[in-house]
Design a protein around this ligand. Structure first.
Ligand code: SF4
Ligand code: SF4
Length: 462
């Protein structure tokens, strides 16, 4: 079949690009400025189609990477305008980047996707008063102010720990929520009593200071800081056990991926500048660091592109390039420096779910498995469809609850089939209240093994 016949048919293009009341088609600003070589990379071969969860669900060309790219290119060329239907299409996309991994032509889908969403937001084709208010509060207020985010986190913690949440559920008051939020309510993450700065000192050295072979900066994240601060502590412990001195800036900001993936590139750039400044303040200079460590897959995928994000910024282009050279996902860094074998055993069957933005966004697939295999006693059971998206995808489970739930159920069934009691993943989104397995970050399993080993060593009679 000729490649051109595989593109979205003219009727679909016209429907999405032109005739979609009530919004009038708007010209593209961001896509039109994109380097045209990126927009024309797609050779329409279709190899990405079987890997795309939305195409798999609907079998519609417009819900496929190839269809979306054709639409984005037509919009960049001015043949079509930005319409409401185009906006809905791009927000139906999970941004999982499975298409990038599958693509033999090296398509940079993530770049086009971010620019397309920026065009959608600029055109305002999806705007409603409620959506605009939620976006403004989340993107411009809550996730740009770490202190406010923590205050909201403490409030949520109080609600969860004081019994109020129990009472609300017991009285079935959650039934008053809209249907989509009601389904999500049980998945509300548990806010921890202490955040990263209470668990990690600004400067930490390996037990024998002379054993410090590397100096690294540590990123603690925003939601990660509230919900998984213990994973940050585990990361620091594993780094210390492997000869890294760790500098953790006190004032850290959201990495900006939430903003970039939701069409607010301006706020994303502001977040990037603030994080670069914070790391320079804490370390003296980025050059003093061998690496800057992140343990959150979605953040890491975005943090590595600060150079691209700030390429036109006269003051920050150079620091952003240095930043991008230094950023390492924790698995990647540990594989690079080589780790001390964990001295004692964890035991049991563990399966590994590949977070989209680790395997597709950062192309890190082998290192986490190798680290897990180094832990004596762990039996690693391969997860069928390990790289298939779990449906969490940032706030996708809020914006597209039905599709998200469908993907989560598919993932949970695959996990069940392995018989594993533990799922290791750099994406904590793989969870469900009915699921009888523990979800942990691989670095947590490693930290537990090191701690158990040092405890056993400490207990040995001299
Ligand atoms: S990012 Fe994921 S959902 Fe979107 S087009 Fe690519 S494979 Fe499909
Ligand atoms: S695999 Fe790449 S080149 Fe082929 S259709 Fe998909 S995006 Fe285009």
């Amino acid at each position: 079949m000729a490649a051109s016949s595989l593109l979205p048919d003219q009727e679909t293009i016209e429907r999405i690009g032109r005739s979609n009341p009530p919004s009038e088609p708007q010209p593209a600003l961001h896509l039109a400025k994109l380097d045209f070589s990126i927009l024309q990379q797609c050779i329409h071969c279709g190899m990405c189609l079987p890997t795309c969860p939305t195409y798999d669900a609907t079998k519609l060309e417009r819900n496929s990477p190839r269809g979306r790219i054709a639409l984005m290119r037509s919009i960049a060329e001015g043949k079509l305008g930005v319409t409401r239907a185009f906006g809905e299409e791009l927000y139906f996309c999970l941004g999982c980047l499975a298409c990038e991994t599958a693509c033999p032509a090296g398509v940079e889908y993530a770049t086009m996707f971010e620019e397309a969403r920026a065009d959608i937001e600029h055109a305002g084709v999806l705007n409603t008063p409620k959506r605009s208010a939620v976006r403004w509060f989340a993107l411009r207020v809550l996730f740009t102010r770490p202190r406010l985010l923590r205050a909201v986190g403490r409030l949520l913690r109080w609600y969860q720990a004081s019994g109020s949440e129990w009472l609300v559920r017991r009285m079935k008051l959650t039934a008053l929520l809209p249907a989509d939020l009601r389904a999500l309510e049980p998945l509300t993450p548990r806010v921890q009593p202490r955040f990263s700065d209470a668990l990690i000192s600004k400067n930490e050295m390996p037990a024998k200071e002379s054993a410090a072979r590397h100096t690294v900066g540590m990123l603690t994240g925003c939601v990660q800081d509230l919900v998984y601060p213990h994973v940050n502590r585990d990361t620091v412990d594993v780094l210390l056990a492997n000869g890294c001195a760790v500098i953790t800036p006190r004032a850290q900001f959201c990495c900006g991926s939430l903003h970039a993936h939701n069409g607010d590139l301006e706020a994303s750039r502001a977040m990037a500048r603030q994080n670069i400044d914070a790391m320079i303040t804490a370390s003296g200079s980025l050059e003093a660091l061998d690496a800057i460590i992140t343990n959150a897959a979605g953040c890491g995928s975005h943090l590595k592109h600060y150079d691209r994000l700030l390429s036109d910024d006269r003051d920050y282009a150079e620091p952003a390039r240095a930043w991008s050279r230094k950023i390492r996902d924790i698995h990647e860094w540990l594989a690079e420096i080589g780790i001390a074998p964990p001295p004692r055993t964890e035991s049991g069957r563990v399966t590994y779910h590949e977070a989209c933005h680790l395997c597709h966004g950062q192309k890190i697939s082998r290192a986490p498995r190798e680290l897990l295999r180094m832990i004596p006693g762990i039996e690693l059971a391969e997860l069928p469809e390990a790289t298939w998206c779990c449906g969490s995808a940032g706030i996708y489970n809020i914006t597209q609850p039905e599709m998200s739930r469908r993907l989560l159920m598919r993932k949970l069934n695959r996990i069940e089939s392995t018989g594993a009691a533990v799922v290791a993943s750099a994406n904590p989104g793989v969870r469900d209240r009915k699921m009888n397995v523990e979800v942990v970050h691989p670095v947590t399993l490693l930290a537990r093994a090191y701690r158990r080993g040092s405890k056993v060593a400490a207990e040995k009679p001299s």
